[in-house]
Design a protein around this ligand. Sequence first.
Ligand code: NAP
Length: 247
Amino acid sequence: MSHQGKVALVTGASRGIGKAIAHALGADGALVIGTATTSDGADKINHALKEANIEGCGLILNVTSKESIDAAMAHIKQHYSMPSILVNNAAVTQDNLFLRMKDEEWDTVIETNLSSIYRMTKICLRDMLKARWGRIINISSVVGSTGNPGQVNYAAAKAGLIGFTKALAQEVGSREITVNAVSPGFIDTDMTRDLSAEHREALLQRIPMQRLGQSEEVAAVVAFLASNGASYVTGQTLHVNGGMYMP
Ligand code: NAP
């Protein structure tokens, strides 16, 4: 599973699943650009990559801002080459029951978790088409398939991402560019650390493996999809959820 010579861009790599993905791709030889929303976060990515002997850097990127995306991509183009592996991982939650949901909560989650994928992919795809090789991996969620009360905005974005993945896979398959989604169940990260003990217990009852997943267990699947070994896998959603949802 060697990614030697490939440039990989991982959004939201400062912590959690994105960090694990950046390190898994780097361990397989990719030059990794990981992003965070702050300079402190970007510095931490730099430091962690260096410590792991991975070539690459941390960059500031706000996936909801076209200016920020343009600035980050200009930096990447100038100092490296355009990514042939793009992992759209950055996301937020702003949970609320539907009738209480504010327009801003809807807009922020759709912009950050779905429209960002349109923007990031658009800016990276042209070079992949020229190279006739590319891997686009979008991080969805089990909630995009099952729904979850209090997460209408998040579920809509994560389900939308799966439609995006299937449609684009059909457009670019003939150029050896694969587009896939990875759909984690409940993974032990900042996003799930705030669950109440009661909620966590109820959750575990629904997971045949009776534990939350680790970020590295998601990252391993992403690294597979990015590899040459996955060259005939496209338009798919791979579920990494300890069995809690079996499509
Ligand atoms: P996390 O720990 O909350 O980390 C989120 C990452 O996204 C951070 O690096 C954050 O950067 C970045 N980010 C947030 N807003 C951004 C923006 N506007 N522009 C650019 N980057 C932004 O999340 P996680 O749990 O690792 O989740 C990673 C992915 O897996 C997400 O797509 C999430 O929806 C999905 N997922 C997670 C779970 C789970 O149980 N954890 C389950 C299913 C799916 P900063 O550090 O700078 O804020």
